[in-house]
Design a protein around this ligand. Structure first.
Ligand code: FAD
Length: 358
């Protein structure tokens, strides 16, 4: 039977993603002995994929309102202790080149690997120990009299044989990520451990996900698949001005992924297809200046042609062959209103993975 090795540290961090690595060196800087246990063969896989490989590591404008939380005060407290400027300072100290993109987003100029290398260097400098290939067997509470409060049992299966380890710690941090893109390591073990320790779980749902439709929007999206445009999308009082992308299954793109966090089944979303333009006034002007032109032709100056074709079928099918001069002013205003406030009712979000154990 394989021998079991025992060891004790101050802090064990489960998961060597962005959260786990950051937490590990922060604790170690306080003089604590920290051990990070990672299931995968490599650390920080999701960081490497982030921001299309360039990692959008922070934003010039960050406040508690940007975070969705059952306890908004937690975000306020966390952000007051570590701001975007602290992270930017760290990035600068490591000589990482970065650029500002729209909405104050900061991305690495070179590669997301720079951010991972920075976190690992900070861990190394603070003497954090990191073990990969860790198959977690159990987490248990030790008796209240002990200095160490938790025992983590695992097999470290690096190579042919596996070493059985029993690791005791005073503080246990579970930073095992969430369920999105399971190939990058995220798992639901955090929820399982929380249940084991009778910690209350809030209801969970997928965030940053595309929308699907079961009505006539579904074939429309399929026909427009690949078409994208800048929009303003609103739902339940939140609004995002970003890109929308039609896909075979529905709508996606940054604007939709963001608003999906505020959407609940049964809700409508409202899309302004021409943000920043007074569409009513614009159409009236076109009617006066280009009265012989068809509305579809005029709108194609502002919107993708394929989308205008679909909008025509939806909003002014009776006028498909008419010149703009033949539309009444009232009818044009109705159409303008629709383009600025296109109301859609998604049937569901496109969830890639369902929780396994809960
Ligand atoms: C394609 C994509 C692009 C993104 N782009 C950005 C971006 O540009 N900017 C941004 O801020 N965010 C971005 N995100 C989101 C961001 O990547 C995640 O929010 C962040 O990586 C989550 O970090 P985490 O440490 O909580 O979890 P993870 O990165 O998932 O890390 C969890 C770690 O725990 C390990 N683990 C799981 N189970 C166990 C176990 N039982 N025992 C031990 N270890 C375990 C996993 O292997 C993993 O290494 C992106 C996400 C995706 C999918």
């Amino acid at each position: 039977m394989a021998k079991t090795s025992r060891k004790a540290v101050d802090v064990i961090v489960l998961g060597a993603g962005a959260a786990g690595l950051m937490c590990a060196f922060t604790a170690a800087r306080r003089g604590l002995k920290v051990l990070v246990l990672e299931k995968a063969n490599k650390v920080g896989k999701k960081i490497l994929m982030s921001g299309g490989g360039r990692c959008n590591f922070t934003n010039y404008s960050v406040d508690a309102g940007n975070f969705i939380s059952g306890n908004p005060h937690f975000c306020k407290s966390a952000l007051s202790q570590f701001t975007q400027w602290d992270f930017i300072e760290l990035v600068k100290q490591h000589g990482i080149d970065y650029e500002e993109r729209k909405h104050g987003q900061l991305f690495c100029l070179n590669s997301a690997n720079d951010v991972l290398a920075m976190l690992l260097q900070e861990c190394e400098q603070s003497a954090v120990e990191i073990k990969t290939h860790c198959q977690l067997k159990s987490v248990s509470a030790l008796s209240a009299q002990d200095d160490k409060r938790y025992r983590v049992s695992l097999i470290q299966a690096d190579g042919e044989s596996g070493n059985q380890l029993e690791l005791d710690c005073h503080s246990l941090v579970v930073a095992t990520g969430a369920l999105s893109v399971p190939t990058l390591g995220g798992s639901d073990i955090g929820y399982v451990i929380a249940e084991q320790f009778n910690l209350p779980l809030t209801p969970r749902r997928a965030g940053l996900v595309p929308f699907m439709f079961s009505d006539s929007m579904q074939p429309l999206c399929e026909r427009l698949s690949g078409c994208s445009l800048e929009v303003e999308v609103t739902c339940n009082g939140s609004q995002f001005a970003e890109n929308l992308l039609f896909t075979h299954r529905g709508i996606s793109g940054p604007a939709i992924l963001q608003i999906s966090n505020y959407w609940f089944p049964g809700d409508e979303i409202e899309i302004n297809l021409l943000p920043g333009i007074d569409v009513g006034e614009w159409i009236q002007q076109r009617k006066q200046q280009q009265g012989k032109t068809r509305l579809k032709t005029a709108l194609s100056q502002l919107l993708p042609k394929s989308l205008v074709g679909e909008l025509e079928k939806l909003c002014w099918p009776e006028h498909a062959e008419s010149a703009m001069a033949e539309f009444s002013d009232k009818r044009l205003l109705e159409i303008a209103e629709k383009l600025g406030h296109w109301r859609l009712k998604p049937s569901a979000t496109r969830v890639i993975v369902q929780p396994k154990s809960l």
